[in-house]
Ligand binder design. Structure first.
Ligand SMILES: Cc1ncc(COP(=O)(O)O)c(C=O)c1O
Length: 419
């Protein structure tokens, strides 16, 4: 046998990485033979039968794509499908946004929200170098875990600002403001536009206005992540109001937009990245320059974005009747989730489960930070086959009319036993 060459990647250099905790959880759930098992870890919508839901409007748009005699599998342009990116921008900023009229927005199709975040992070890593500006990226504590890796991978330092108040299970607004006030001027601040993941806690409109004021004074750079527009409240405009407030306040900012949840297009990887220039005589020219560099970054990363999901979303966004139907589908999803929140809270309150449970309905979106401790989470998994992440986050989409009572009773028992 020829002598084997030693690897260039020994364990000291390439250590075995831990499994992504969410995927580990999913695997444990799948392997559990219990008929009572409940998956509250999933980050995807499920209908009342615990099944993935293909939005009826997406089915229709899919039919249109498949029956189009002109359809082919050619490359999209580098910046993506223009009929999608233009409507995607209107969706976020509002069709009558002065930023759009003044050509202050550059939009690029991206590999869903993650790809948009990555493209934005890469752009900032390469170009956010204003003299004296800090390049640290401030993330909420906690945040969607991938944010840490996405910004670290492009070489940007990360820091965190307080977000969740464990005692109220609401927003730690004072802590958040204090840290952002103390942060060096010009820091990058990642903000969840709505339906904060993992807490389900959003600032109120008044708090958003205060944050805009604070970020302006500090010349911080807002980086919005919008993965749940329309999915949170059922109202597309309301779920975009935080971003629109910042645009109206004259910020230069960026937005990573995902169509995974609100279209149920998870695996199709449809999304957009938007850059908005602050109002200025040179804003349109700045936007053109930024767009040209985004195109180069996109080219080197993925060449051109994927076509299929983009076509589906574009058809829906460009057809008034389908758009109305989409809004209806969004209300079905958000309505079911809000209903599950109400049911879980009222069942826990009926049982007299120790503690307060108003946060279940105060929080919004796919996730709720229940306040359950790690030992309680593990007990729920081992004794009741109910799966959630160790931080006590539950996906509301995993609850349905058949398991909500079972979950409430199990939580009640576990909370009492571990008091
Ligand atoms: C806060 C947040 N941002 C971004 C994403 C991006 O998801 P995707 O890349 O599937 O669009 C998610 C998905 O869970 C999310 O929760």
């Amino acid at each position: 046998m020829a002598s084997a060459l030693p690897t260039s990647f020994p364990a000291e250099v390439v250590p075995q990485a831990p499994e992504d905790p969410l995927f580990g959880l999913m695997r444990a759930y799948k392997a559990d033979p219990s008929p009572n098992k409940v998956d509250l870890g999933i980050g995807a919508y499920r209908d009342d039968n615990a099944k993935p839901w293909v939005l009826p409007v997406v089915k229709k748009a899919d039919e249109i794509v498949r029956n189009d005699p002109e359809a082919n599998h050619e490359y999209l342009p580098i910046a993506g499908l223009a009929s999608l990116t233009s409507k995607a921008a209107e969706l976020v900023f509002g069709a009558s946004s002065p930023a759009l009229a003044e050509k202050r927005v550059a939009s690029v199709q991206a590999i869903s929200g993650t790809g948009a975040l990555h493209l934005g992070a890469l752009f900032l890593a390469k170009f956010y170098k204003i003299a004296g500006a800090n390049r640290t990226v401030y993330l909420s504590n906690p945040t969607w875990a991938n944010h840490h890796q996405i910004f670290t991978n492009v070489g940007l330092p990360i820091a965190s600002y307080p977000y969740f108040d464990k005692s109220t299970r609401g927003l730690d607004f004072e802590g958040m403001k204090a840290t952002l006030r103390d942060a060096p001027d010009g820091s990058i601040v990642v903000l969840h536009a709505c339906a904060h993941n993992p807490t389900g806690v959003d600032p109120s409109p008044e708090q958003w206005a205060e944050l805009a004021q604070l970020l302006k004074e500090k010349r911080h750079f807002p980086f919005f992540d919008t993965a749940y527009q329309g999915f949170a409240s059922g109202d597309l405009d309301r779920d975009a109001s935080s971003i629109r407030l910042f645009v109206e306040a004259g910020f230069e900012l960026v937005v990573a937009q995902s169509f995974a949840k609100n279209f149920g297009l998870y695996g199709q990887r449809a999304g957009c990245f938007h850059y908005v220039a602050a109002p200025a005589p040179s804003a349109a020219e700045t936007t053109t320059r930024v767009a040209s560099q985004l195109a180069i970054l996109q080219r080197s990363e993925i060449s051109n974005p994927p076509i299929y999901g983009a076509k589906i979303a574009s058809i829906v966004l460009n057809d008034p009747a389908l758009f109305a139907e989409w809004q209806d589908n969004l209300r079905t999803m958000s309505g079911r989730i809000i209903d599950m929140r109400k049911q879980l809270r009222s069942k826990l309150e009926e049982l007299g489960t120790p503690g307060t449970w108003n946060h279940i309905t105060d929080q919004i979106g796919m996730f709720s930070f229940t306040g359950l401790t790690e030992p309680q989470v593990l007990k729920l998994r081992e004794e009741y086959h109910i799966y959630m992440t160790k931080n006590g986050r539950i996906s509301m989409a995993g609850l349905n009319s058949r398991n909500v009572e079972y979950v409430a009773k199990a939580v009640d028992k576990v909370v009492r036993e571990t008091q």
